[in-house]
Ligand binder design. Structure first.
Ligand code: TMP
Length: 212
C-alpha cells in the first residue's frame, strides 16, 4: 500500500477482539459529541452483494475454495473503496470514515489459507488508511468470548486464531517499518477502558485537532 487516504481509519484484530463493539461505542461517542464532522462507520465484508456472498461462506452456508474467497474479499474491498458512497468519496469530502477490517485482514487470514503471494498481489493496489488500530488479544481469551455467540464462523477456532495473532504481529511490524501509522489497543481491558483508549487515539487525528 503506497498512497494514504486521509480521514480513513481501520480497526483490525483477531475474531473476538472486540473491533465491532468498539466501532459502535465510537459511533455512540460521536453521536453525543459530533464535533462538527460526519462520522461514517463501515465494515468488511460489506453489506453489498459481494459482501453478502462472503458472509454466507463465513457462516458455512456455502463452501468456496480459499483461492476464490481471497478474490471475493478483494472485489468487495474495491467496491467499498471506489463505489458510490464509498470510502474514497466520503473521506474525500471530509467525513471521518472508520472501517471494521480492511487490507490487513486479507493479508493475515488469506495469507494463512493461501500463502502470502496471492493476497499481497490482490491488495497491493489499494491505498493505506491514515491510521490503523490493532486490537490485541490473547487468542485463548478471544475464543472464550466467542463461545457466547450463537454459532461459530469459518475462522473462529483456537488453532486458526493463534496463527492469526502471530501473523498480525509480524505484518504490523512490517507495516510500521514501511511508514504505516499503527496504535495498539490492549483488548484484554474492559470495553469501557478500551473505548477510552480508542477515543484518546482518535482525538489526536488532524481532522479532529484542526477541524475541516
Ligand atoms: P467479523 O468482521 O465479524 O469479525 O468477520 C469477518 C471474518 O472475515 C473474520 O473472521 C475475518 C475474515 N476476513 C478475512 O478473512 N479476510 C478479509 O479480508 C476480511 C475483511 C475479513
Amino acid at each position: 500500500m503506497t498512497e494514504t487516504i486521509r480521514n480513513f481509519v481501520v480497526f483490525e484484530g483477531g475474531d473476538g477482539s472486540g473491533t465491532t463493539t468498539q466501532l459502535s461505542l465510537l459511533e455512540r461517542r460521536f453521536r453525543g459529541n459530533a464535533m462538527g464532522l460526519v462520522f461514517h462507520p463501515t465494515c468488511e465484508p460489506t453489506d453489498g452483494p459481494v459482501g453478502a456472498l462472503i458472509r454466507s461462506v463465513l457462516e458455512k452456508k456455502i463452501a468456496l475454495h480459499p483461492l476464490a474467497l481471497a478474490r471475493l474479499f478483494a472485489a468487495d474491498r474495491a467496491e467499498h473503496l471506489y463505489g458510490p458512497g464509498g470510502i474514497i468519496e466520503r473521506s474525500g469530502r471530509g467525513e471521518l470514515v472508520v472501517s471494521d477490517r480492511y487490507v490487513l485482514s486479507s493479508l493475515v487470514y488469506q495469507g494463512i489459507e493461501c500463502g502470502d503471494e496471492l493476497p499481497r498481489t490482490l491488495n497491493a493496489p489499494f491505498p493505506a488508511p491514515e491510521l490503523l488500530l490493532f486490537f490485541d488479544l490473547d487468542p485463548q481469551t478471544a475464543c472464550e468470548r466467542l463461545k457466547n455467540r450463537p454459532a461459530l464462523e469459518l475462522y473462529e477456532h483456537l488453532e486458526f486464531q493463534q496463527k492469526v495473532r502471530e501473523k498480525y504481529l509480524s505484518l504490523i511490524g512490517e507495516y510500521q517499518k514501511s511508514g504505516g501509522r499503527v496504535e495498539i489497543i490492549d483488548a484484554s481491558k474492559s470495553q469501557e477502558e478500551a473505548a477510552a483508549e480508542v477515543w484518546r487515539v482518535i482525538l489526536k487525528m488532524p481532522i479532529l485537532k484542526t477541524g475541516r
